[in-house]
Design a protein around this ligand. Structure first.
Ligand SMILES: Cc1cc2nc3c(=O)[nH]c(=O)nc-3n(C[C@H](O)[C@H](O)[C@H](O)COP(=O)(O)OP(=O)(O)OC[C@H]3O[C@@H](n4cnc5c(N)ncnc54)[C@H](O)[C@@H]3O)c2cc1C
Length: 433
């Protein structure tokens, strides 16, 4: 019997647990360890900041759902990974031994990269966790009471620009509904070389689409921006040209600011010798496995990806939800293969399928694969995409609470969209799991 431990019950960890439990023989044990007792649906968290969701709407206790399926759950922070001994040290002096470890810890925000960045010791808000988004909501309420300039965007080294685009449009919608938008000038400040680049050279005409959206919403923008520092109510940025040479300095006042930081791996992952790159993100081979520790797999935001294109100000590629599901399916298939005495062969497709909400409208992006050059690039905008995002939230929360793996109709919809999770040649002719 083997013990498979999944570290992190987020967008990657929860499906990994359910899929492993469904596929592995019952003689093998599956355990999930997560810092919090609850699962949080990260894609909906920006809505908390504008008061469109409450904490209860985007979280649920992870333990009961997992345990119902015979998956053990430990709520606690893993403080150390002893990869040589196959052992995890969990807060409160608890030790957990594993045969296979699946790292799905997501990332930590490197607010320390820019003086004054972030909600802990700085002056900007963050919308990546329910705790931070609740603080952002308090700040938005102050903004509505006392309207003033807003800055939204992503700093140098950021890789997850999507939430910044969603947030600026959602906030614009919310401020219009409160009838204060006419007193709130909004500027989007980003390290990207152009609007809609998204760290991956754009998807379809995302440049045209997002510039149109910003013009329509009276949102100004500054691209190729390197943020020097942030003081209370003031942001200092340097704009560079396409060769990275200084073009213009900006001093922008703000009453409310939300900037996506650069990401790093979480502390216990960062501390494992030979597991991670300089940003503490997990290095994996084409089968999602650590080259140094073959019984450690990783999926999700925590893995290392090379930058797509060098940009004048550094940016990185995002790891989006469907791409994460694709990595998870490869991890599950490979651990299953190993436990049956076969070599790991499954490879993720890294296809991306994203729904972005803009408050009163939205956009859908399909990129196969996510990294260019691609076989399929498609993006479309409309009110229907806003409703699609809400429907997807309800569906995913239901699926995670109930503990389902990919049901037949989901497979069917994804098949119509031409999306598969695993590369066909690695699954003996099957497309997807
Ligand atoms: C605000 C925001 C919105 C996004 N919206 C979208 C979207 O609409 N569509 C899309 O495709 N992608 C979106 N993404 C990108 C991506 O899908 C998410 O970041 C996703 O949550 C990443 O999943 P994950 O499992 O890697 O990490 P997470 O979902 O962050 O889960 C990691 C889990 O590991 C736990 N953990 C970390 N360290 C430890 C430790 N030491 N011990 C125990 N537990 C630990 C954490 O507590 C957490 O529960 C968004 C990202 C952000 C930040």
């Amino acid at each position: 019997m083997a013990h498979v431990v999944i570290l992190g019950a987020g967008l990657g960890g929860m499906p990994a647990a359910y899929e492993l439990r469904a596929l592995l023989d019952r003689k093998h044990a599956v355990t999930v360890i997560n810092e919090q007792e609850y699962f949080q649906f990260v894609p909906s968290i920006p809505w908390l900041a504008v008061g469109w969701r409450k904490r209860e709407g985007v979280t649920f206790p992870a333990g009961p759902s997992l345990e119902k399926h015979g998956i053990s759950f430990i709520a606690g922070r893993v403080e150390r990974i002893d990869a040589a001994a196959n052992r995890l040290h969990v807060q409160g002096d608890r030790q957990v031994d594993y045969d296979y470890l699946v790292i799905t810890t997501g990332v930590r925000c490197a607010f320390e990269d820019v003086p004054g960045l972030g909600p802990q010791d700085g002056h900007t808000q963050w919308i990546g966790s329910v705790d931070d988004a609740e603080k952002a909501h308090a700040d938005v309420q102050k903004l509505i009471a006392n309207p003033g300039p807003v800055i939204v965007g992503g700093v140098q080294g950021a890789s997850c620009f999507g939430p910044a685009y969603e947030y600026v449009a959602i906030l614009d919608t919310a401020l219009r509904r409160h009838r204060v938008r006419d007193r709130v000038p909004i500027t989007f400040v980003t390290a990207e070389p152009y609007i809609g680049h998204l760290g991956i050279g754009g998807v379809g005409d995302s440049k045209g689409m997002m510039e149109h959206e910003f013009r329509h919403r009276h949102i100004k923008w500054i691209t190729n921006a390197r943020i020097r520092k942030i003081e209370a109510g003031k942001l200092f940025a340097e704009e560079v040209d396409r060769f990275g040479q200084p073009l213009q300095d900006h001093e922008l006042p703000f009453a409310h600011a939300m900037l996506v930081p650069s990401f790093r791996g979480v502390a216990p992952v960062a501390a494992v010798d030979g597991l991670v790159n300089p940003k503490a993100l997990v290095i994996v081979d084409e089968h999602q496995r650590s080259p140094k520790y073959p019984n450690i797999y990783a999926a999700g935001a925590c893995i290392a990806l090379p930058p797509v294109d060098p940009t004048p100000v550094p940016t990185g590629p995002p790891k989006t939800g469907y791409m994460i599901e694709s990595m998870v399916s490869a991890v599950v298939a490979n651990i299953h293969a190993e436990l049956e005495g076969r070599a790991p062969q499954a490879k993720a497709t890294w296809n991306a399928f994203c729904i972005a909400d803009f408050g009163d409208t939205g956009a859908v992006f399909i990129a196969q694969p996510q990294m260019p050059p691609r076989n399929v690039t498609w993006s479309k905008q409309g009110k229907w995409a806003h409703w699609a995002k809400i429907a997807f939230e309800k569906y995913f929360m239901y699926k995670m609470r109930r503990g389902g793996t990919e049901p037949i109709f989901e497979k069917w919809v994804l098949h119509i969209l031409g999306l598969a999770r695993l590369k066909p040649q690695q699954t003996g002719g099957q497309t997807g799991k």
